[in-house]
Design a protein. Structure first.
Length: 306
């Protein structure tokens, strides 16, 4: 591993003790408490459970059909069928840029530790590592995390293959946690938030973005002949649902913002709007949503008590 100090914030996903030692000769992490070994590939520790967790509540579609969703296997394969580092069309790139800018507007200061959940092409590391933040890019896919490190080889950039439902981090570790366009894919959103909140430092912020009031669409799978949600979106959210997901005593406050007016998108005005800086675009977008309220994105920020 390029940084021998990185394991200090990690814990064993089986015994949950902070006894992971790096074995340079075998290029692996070894738990001195329960003897589990975790391989390190391309400087990325792989800390996934050997078997996917059972007993989790299912999404509505899987309950209805009596089926299971092996999401770890699914998203490992997804990384090979969907290139998250590929160039986007101009409309998609503009939409993603505005999501990134909204998230970035909630990150303050010049230092801190950020966990990027479902890192994809690792834009968080690209943006915040040069500013002095330490960024950990986390994804279920080794392909995405290893490419992220190679593309953004900052000394303060680390990566780990892990699952939110078996987090390999010590409690109270991160100043910020970003999970952009992830929560709609998980079976149990409330547990997803709870797990992430546990590794957030007191005073830290958890920031998520997701489609707003999305109308879920389905196609018929050619393999099993069951309805399959497009883009693997299992849930549709509004502010009421999202802000109710976490109400524990360590929550200081929860705020939300809706943005990205659908009319501006459908008129393909990104060809003009892309020349506006974030502040000007945000004002235009907010004005349009006052005239005709049809935002397609929502950002929610949970702050942990000191």
């Amino acid at each position: 591993m390029k940084n021998k100090n990185f394991p200090k914030i990690l814990k064993c996903i089986y015994c949950e003790n902070n006894y992971l030692k790096f074995n340079e000769e075998r290029n692996s992490l070894f738990c001195t408490n329960c003897n589990h070994v975790f391989v390190v590939t391309d400087n990325v520790p792989v800390l996934l459970p050997e078997k996917e967790l059972t007993g989790q509540s299912k999404s509505e579609i899987h309950e209805k059909l009596g089926t299971d969703f092996k999401y770890i296997d699914h998203y490992q394969k997804d990384a090979y069928t969907s290139d998250y580092f590929a160039e986007r069309d101009s409309g998609t790139e503009h939409s993603e840029r505005r999501v990134r800018e909204y998230i970035a507007s909630h990150i303050s200061g010049k230092k801190g530790r950020i966990l990027d959940v479902g890192c994809g092409k690792a834009w968080v590391a690209e943006l915040f590592c040069p500013l002095g933040f330490e960024v950990i890019s986390m994804d279920i896919s080794l392909r995405n995390t290893s490419k992220a490190l190679k593309k953004h080889p900052f000394e303060n950039h680390h990566a780990v293959v892990a699952d939110v439902f078996s987090l390999p981090f010590l409690n109270n570790t991160f100043d910020y946690i970003i999970a952009s366009e992830i929560i709609e894919h998980v079976q149990n959103p409330a547990t997803f938030i709870e797990k992430l909140f546990s590794v957030l430092k007191p005073g830290g912020n958890l920031i998520i973005t997701t489609p707003y009031k999305e109308k879920l669409q389905y196609s018929l799978c050619i393999h099993c002949n069951n309805p399959t949600p497009l883009h693997a979106h299992l849930h549709s959210f509004d502010e009421k649902v999202l802000t109710s997901l976490y109400i524990n005593n360590d929550l200081e406050q929860c705020n939300y913002q809706t943005f990205s007016n659908k009319i501006l998108i459908h008129l393909r005005l990104h060809k003009i709007l892309k020349y506006m800086n974030f502040k000007v675009w945000k004002a235009v977008d907010m004005l349009m949503n006052r005239i005709y309220y049809v935002p397609v994105r929502i950002l929610v920020k949970w702050k942990k008590k000191l």
